[in-house]
Ligand binder design. Structure first.
Ligand code: PGA
Length: 306
Protein backbone atom coordinates (compact mmCIF):
# COMPACT_ATOMS: atom_id res chain seq x y z
CA UNK A 1 0.00 0.00 0.00
CA UNK A 2 1.47 3.33 -1.00
CA UNK A 3 0.54 6.05 1.47
CA UNK A 4 2.15 9.10 3.01
CA UNK A 5 2.53 10.31 6.59
CA UNK A 6 0.70 13.46 5.63
CA UNK A 7 -2.33 11.49 4.50
CA UNK A 8 -2.32 9.58 7.78
CA UNK A 9 -2.04 12.81 9.79
CA UNK A 10 -5.00 14.37 8.01
CA UNK A 11 -7.04 11.19 8.20
CA UNK A 12 -6.33 10.92 11.94
CA UNK A 13 -7.66 14.45 12.53
CA UNK A 14 -10.83 13.82 10.49
CA UNK A 15 -11.44 10.50 12.26
CA UNK A 16 -10.90 12.06 15.70
CA UNK A 17 -13.31 14.92 15.05
CA UNK A 18 -15.59 12.96 12.72
CA UNK A 19 -15.65 16.18 10.72
CA UNK A 20 -13.71 17.37 7.70
CA UNK A 21 -14.43 20.99 8.64
CA UNK A 22 -13.05 20.74 12.18
CA UNK A 23 -10.00 18.77 11.03
CA UNK A 24 -9.27 21.41 8.39
CA UNK A 25 -9.56 24.17 11.03
CA UNK A 26 -7.23 22.37 13.43
CA UNK A 27 -4.63 21.87 10.72
CA UNK A 28 -5.07 25.34 9.20
CA UNK A 29 -5.90 23.86 5.80
CA UNK A 30 -8.82 24.22 3.45
CA UNK A 31 -11.48 21.57 3.61
CA UNK A 32 -11.01 20.48 -0.05
CA UNK A 33 -7.28 19.94 0.64
CA UNK A 34 -8.12 17.63 3.53
CA UNK A 35 -10.82 15.79 1.56
CA UNK A 36 -8.45 15.23 -1.34
CA UNK A 37 -5.74 13.68 0.83
CA UNK A 38 -8.26 11.42 2.55
CA UNK A 39 -9.62 10.34 -0.84
CA UNK A 40 -6.08 9.46 -1.95
CA UNK A 41 -5.64 7.42 1.20
CA UNK A 42 -8.90 5.57 0.44
CA UNK A 43 -7.60 4.89 -3.07
CA UNK A 44 -4.36 3.52 -1.64
CA UNK A 45 -6.28 1.31 0.79
CA UNK A 46 -8.74 0.27 -1.91
CA UNK A 47 -11.63 0.73 0.55
CA UNK A 48 -13.78 3.62 1.76
CA UNK A 49 -12.75 4.86 5.19
CA UNK A 50 -15.78 7.04 5.95
CA UNK A 51 -19.44 6.74 5.18
CA UNK A 52 -21.99 9.49 5.27
CA UNK A 53 -25.36 9.00 6.96
CA UNK A 54 -27.54 12.08 6.82
CA UNK A 55 -25.30 15.02 7.64
CA UNK A 56 -22.80 13.11 9.73
CA UNK A 57 -19.82 10.99 8.76
CA UNK A 58 -18.86 7.70 10.38
CA UNK A 59 -15.80 5.47 10.17
CA UNK A 60 -16.26 2.30 8.16
CA UNK A 61 -14.71 -0.91 9.47
CA UNK A 62 -11.67 -0.23 7.29
CA UNK A 63 -11.65 3.33 8.68
CA UNK A 64 -11.63 2.06 12.28
CA UNK A 65 -8.68 -0.23 11.51
CA UNK A 66 -6.86 2.61 9.78
CA UNK A 67 -7.52 4.91 12.75
CA UNK A 68 -6.16 2.36 15.23
CA UNK A 69 -2.94 1.97 13.19
CA UNK A 70 -2.67 5.74 12.80
CA UNK A 71 -2.75 6.21 16.55
CA UNK A 72 -0.08 3.56 17.03
CA UNK A 73 2.10 5.13 14.34
CA UNK A 74 1.62 8.54 16.02
CA UNK A 75 2.77 7.11 19.36
CA UNK A 76 5.79 5.46 17.74
CA UNK A 77 6.74 8.77 16.09
CA UNK A 78 6.53 10.59 19.41
CA UNK A 79 8.75 7.91 20.98
CA UNK A 80 11.17 8.31 18.11
CA UNK A 81 11.31 12.07 18.76
CA UNK A 82 12.13 11.45 22.41
CA UNK A 83 14.84 8.93 21.62
CA UNK A 84 16.44 11.35 19.17
CA UNK A 85 16.23 14.15 21.73
CA UNK A 86 17.88 11.89 24.31
CA UNK A 87 20.63 10.92 21.85
CA UNK A 88 21.24 14.57 21.13
CA UNK A 89 21.56 15.12 24.86
CA UNK A 90 18.84 17.76 25.00
CA UNK A 91 16.98 15.65 27.50
CA UNK A 92 18.89 15.08 30.71
CA UNK A 93 21.42 17.71 29.73
CA UNK A 94 22.84 20.38 31.99
CA UNK A 95 22.68 24.05 31.11
CA UNK A 96 24.87 26.64 32.78
CA UNK A 97 23.40 30.08 32.24
CA UNK A 98 25.02 33.20 33.67
CA UNK A 99 23.22 36.52 33.58
CA UNK A 100 23.94 40.11 34.55
CA UNK A 101 22.30 41.11 37.84
CA UNK A 102 19.82 43.30 35.97
CA UNK A 103 18.86 40.54 33.51
CA UNK A 104 17.63 38.45 36.42
CA UNK A 105 14.25 40.18 36.14
CA UNK A 106 13.44 38.41 32.86
CA UNK A 107 16.06 35.63 32.57
CA UNK A 108 14.42 33.63 35.35
CA UNK A 109 11.11 33.80 33.52
CA UNK A 110 12.68 32.63 30.25
CA UNK A 111 14.62 29.84 31.89
CA UNK A 112 11.48 28.78 33.77
CA UNK A 113 9.48 28.44 30.57
CA UNK A 114 12.35 26.71 28.76
CA UNK A 115 12.93 24.22 31.57
CA UNK A 116 9.32 23.07 31.32
CA UNK A 117 10.14 21.81 27.85
CA UNK A 118 13.00 19.70 29.14
CA UNK A 119 12.03 18.86 32.72
CA UNK A 120 14.60 16.07 32.96
CA UNK A 121 17.51 18.40 32.31
CA UNK A 122 19.14 20.37 35.09
CA UNK A 123 19.91 24.08 35.18
CA UNK A 124 22.30 26.43 36.93
CA UNK A 125 21.46 30.12 36.86
CA UNK A 126 24.28 32.35 38.03
CA UNK A 127 23.21 35.96 38.64
CA UNK A 128 26.29 38.08 38.87
CA UNK A 129 27.99 41.29 37.83
CA UNK A 130 29.67 42.12 34.57
CA UNK A 131 33.19 41.47 35.80
CA UNK A 132 32.37 37.91 36.85
CA UNK A 133 30.58 37.28 33.56
CA UNK A 134 33.71 38.33 31.67
CA UNK A 135 35.86 36.02 33.81
CA UNK A 136 33.47 33.15 33.22
CA UNK A 137 33.57 33.69 29.46
CA UNK A 138 37.35 33.94 29.49
CA UNK A 139 37.71 30.74 31.55
CA UNK A 140 34.99 28.81 29.73
CA UNK A 141 33.15 28.46 33.02
CA UNK A 142 29.66 28.82 31.64
CA UNK A 143 27.68 27.83 28.54
CA UNK A 144 25.66 30.95 27.83
CA UNK A 145 25.77 34.50 29.13
CA UNK A 146 23.08 37.19 29.00
CA UNK A 147 24.63 40.62 29.42
CA UNK A 148 24.52 44.25 28.37
CA UNK A 149 27.52 45.28 26.30
CA UNK A 150 29.63 42.29 25.23
CA UNK A 151 33.38 42.68 25.75
CA UNK A 152 35.87 43.32 23.00
CA UNK A 153 38.96 41.18 22.67
CA UNK A 154 37.37 37.80 23.29
CA UNK A 155 36.20 35.69 20.36
CA UNK A 156 32.50 35.48 21.00
CA UNK A 157 29.24 34.70 19.26
CA UNK A 158 26.97 37.60 20.12
CA UNK A 159 23.32 38.22 19.39
CA UNK A 160 21.29 41.23 20.49
CA UNK A 161 17.79 40.06 21.35
CA UNK A 162 15.98 42.79 23.29
CA UNK A 163 16.19 46.50 24.06
CA UNK A 164 17.42 47.61 27.45
CA UNK A 165 16.48 51.24 28.10
CA UNK A 166 18.03 52.85 31.19
CA UNK A 167 15.75 55.41 32.83
CA UNK A 168 15.91 57.95 35.66
CA UNK A 169 13.64 57.08 38.58
CA UNK A 170 12.25 59.22 41.38
CA UNK A 171 9.78 58.73 44.23
CA UNK A 172 6.22 59.64 43.18
CA UNK A 173 6.20 62.80 45.35
CA UNK A 174 9.43 64.23 43.86
CA UNK A 175 8.81 67.74 42.40
CA UNK A 176 10.45 66.73 39.11
CA UNK A 177 7.65 64.22 38.44
CA UNK A 178 5.32 67.20 37.86
CA UNK A 179 7.47 68.71 35.12
CA UNK A 180 6.08 68.88 31.60
CA UNK A 181 8.60 68.27 28.83
CA UNK A 182 12.14 66.98 29.18
CA UNK A 183 14.11 68.07 32.26
CA UNK A 184 17.47 69.59 31.20
CA UNK A 185 20.52 67.54 32.21
CA UNK A 186 21.97 70.50 34.12
CA UNK A 187 19.16 70.29 36.62
CA UNK A 188 19.67 66.56 37.10
CA UNK A 189 23.30 67.23 37.90
CA UNK A 190 22.42 68.95 41.15
CA UNK A 191 20.61 65.81 42.42
CA UNK A 192 22.22 62.97 44.35
CA UNK A 193 22.10 59.52 42.72
CA UNK A 194 21.93 56.09 44.31
CA UNK A 195 24.14 54.00 42.02
CA UNK A 196 25.25 50.47 41.20
CA UNK A 197 28.79 49.22 41.86
CA UNK A 198 31.56 50.26 39.46
CA UNK A 199 31.75 46.85 37.69
CA UNK A 200 28.08 46.93 36.78
CA UNK A 201 27.04 47.40 33.14
CA UNK A 202 24.37 49.89 34.20
CA UNK A 203 26.93 51.99 36.08
CA UNK A 204 29.44 51.92 33.21
CA UNK A 205 26.75 52.98 30.71
CA UNK A 206 25.49 55.83 32.86
CA UNK A 207 29.00 57.13 33.58
CA UNK A 208 29.81 57.04 29.88
CA UNK A 209 26.61 58.94 29.10
CA UNK A 210 27.48 61.81 31.48
CA UNK A 211 31.19 61.75 30.67
CA UNK A 212 30.43 62.19 26.95
CA UNK A 213 28.47 65.31 27.91
CA UNK A 214 31.26 66.65 30.09
CA UNK A 215 29.24 66.11 33.24
CA UNK A 216 29.70 64.24 36.48
CA UNK A 217 26.99 62.88 38.73
CA UNK A 218 26.84 63.39 42.47
CA UNK A 219 26.64 59.88 43.83
CA UNK A 220 25.31 58.81 47.21
CA UNK A 221 24.81 55.19 48.25
CA UNK A 222 26.54 52.62 46.04
CA UNK A 223 25.07 49.11 45.96
CA UNK A 224 25.31 45.86 44.01
CA UNK A 225 21.55 45.46 44.00
CA UNK A 226 18.87 47.03 41.80
CA UNK A 227 16.31 46.30 44.53
CA UNK A 228 18.38 48.33 46.97
CA UNK A 229 18.49 51.24 44.52
CA UNK A 230 14.72 51.12 44.13
CA UNK A 231 14.14 51.00 47.90
CA UNK A 232 16.58 53.86 48.49
CA UNK A 233 14.91 56.01 45.81
CA UNK A 234 11.49 55.19 47.25
CA UNK A 235 12.78 56.26 50.66
CA UNK A 236 13.85 59.63 49.23
CA UNK A 237 17.62 59.04 49.41
CA UNK A 238 18.19 60.25 45.86
CA UNK A 239 17.34 59.57 42.24
CA UNK A 240 18.36 56.38 40.48
CA UNK A 241 19.26 55.17 36.99
CA UNK A 242 18.18 51.61 36.31
CA UNK A 243 17.08 49.38 33.46
CA UNK A 244 13.37 49.59 32.83
CA UNK A 245 13.30 45.79 33.07
CA UNK A 246 13.74 46.06 36.83
CA UNK A 247 10.72 48.34 37.27
CA UNK A 248 7.74 46.32 36.14
CA UNK A 249 6.14 45.97 39.60
CA UNK A 250 7.02 49.42 40.96
CA UNK A 251 5.62 51.21 37.92
CA UNK A 252 2.40 49.21 38.08
CA UNK A 253 2.05 49.90 41.80
CA UNK A 254 2.96 53.59 41.37
CA UNK A 255 5.79 53.23 43.92
CA UNK A 256 8.29 54.90 41.57
CA UNK A 257 8.07 57.26 38.62
CA UNK A 258 10.21 57.49 35.49
CA UNK A 259 11.39 61.06 34.91
CA UNK A 260 11.40 62.58 31.44
CA UNK A 261 15.03 63.70 31.26
CA UNK A 262 16.83 65.14 28.24
CA UNK A 263 18.76 62.41 26.39
CA UNK A 264 17.03 59.57 28.26
CA UNK A 265 16.40 56.70 28.08
CA UNK A 266 19.96 55.57 27.47
CA UNK A 267 19.31 52.97 24.78
CA UNK A 268 21.13 49.70 25.26
CA UNK A 269 20.50 46.10 24.29
CA UNK A 270 20.58 42.72 25.91
CA UNK A 271 22.90 40.23 24.27
CA UNK A 272 23.15 36.50 24.42
CA UNK A 273 26.78 35.48 24.24
CA UNK A 274 28.95 32.38 24.10
CA UNK A 275 32.49 31.51 23.15
CA UNK A 276 33.14 31.28 19.44
CA UNK A 277 34.11 27.85 18.15
CA UNK A 278 33.05 26.14 21.34
CA UNK A 279 30.77 23.19 20.82
CA UNK A 280 27.77 24.00 22.93
CA UNK A 281 26.04 21.19 24.80
CA UNK A 282 22.78 20.35 22.97
CA UNK A 283 20.67 21.76 25.80
CA UNK A 284 22.48 25.10 25.43
CA UNK A 285 21.88 25.11 21.68
CA UNK A 286 18.22 24.32 22.36
CA UNK A 287 18.10 27.32 24.72
CA UNK A 288 19.46 29.62 21.99
CA UNK A 289 16.90 28.26 19.54
CA UNK A 290 14.17 28.81 22.12
CA UNK A 291 15.22 32.43 22.64
CA UNK A 292 14.74 33.01 18.90
CA UNK A 293 11.43 31.18 18.74
CA UNK A 294 7.90 32.59 18.46
CA UNK A 295 7.11 30.86 21.72
CA UNK A 296 9.61 32.97 23.66
CA UNK A 297 8.48 36.26 22.12
CA UNK A 298 5.84 37.14 24.76
CA UNK A 299 8.54 36.74 27.43
CA UNK A 300 10.75 39.32 25.72
CA UNK A 301 8.60 42.41 26.17
CA UNK A 302 10.16 45.68 27.30
CA UNK A 303 7.99 47.16 30.09
CA UNK A 304 6.38 50.52 29.28
CA UNK A 305 7.65 53.58 31.16
CA UNK A 306 4.30 55.23 31.89
P1 PGA B 1 24.31 45.06 35.31
O1 PGA B 1 23.58 44.90 33.94
O2 PGA B 1 24.28 46.54 35.58
O3 PGA B 1 23.43 44.31 36.25
O4 PGA B 1 25.72 44.56 35.24
C1 PGA B 1 24.16 44.50 32.80
C2 PGA B 1 24.25 45.57 31.78
O5 PGA B 1 23.34 46.41 31.72
O6 PGA B 1 25.25 45.57 31.06
Amino acid sequence: MHLTLRQLTLFEAVARHLSFTRAAEELHLSQPAVSMQVRQLEDAAGLPLFEKLGKRIYLTEAGREMYEYCRRIGEELRDLDEVMAALKGVRRGHLRLSVATTANSFATRILGAFSQRYPESSYTLDVTNRKTLLDQLANNDTDIVIMGKPPEGLELEVQAFMENPLVVIAPPDHPMTLRRGPIPLDEIQSETFVVRERESGTRIAMERFFHERGMQLRTGIETTSNSAIKSAVEAGLGLGIVSIHTLELELKAGALKVLDVEGFPILRHWHVVHRQGRRLPPIAQAFLDYLNSEEARPLLQVPAAA
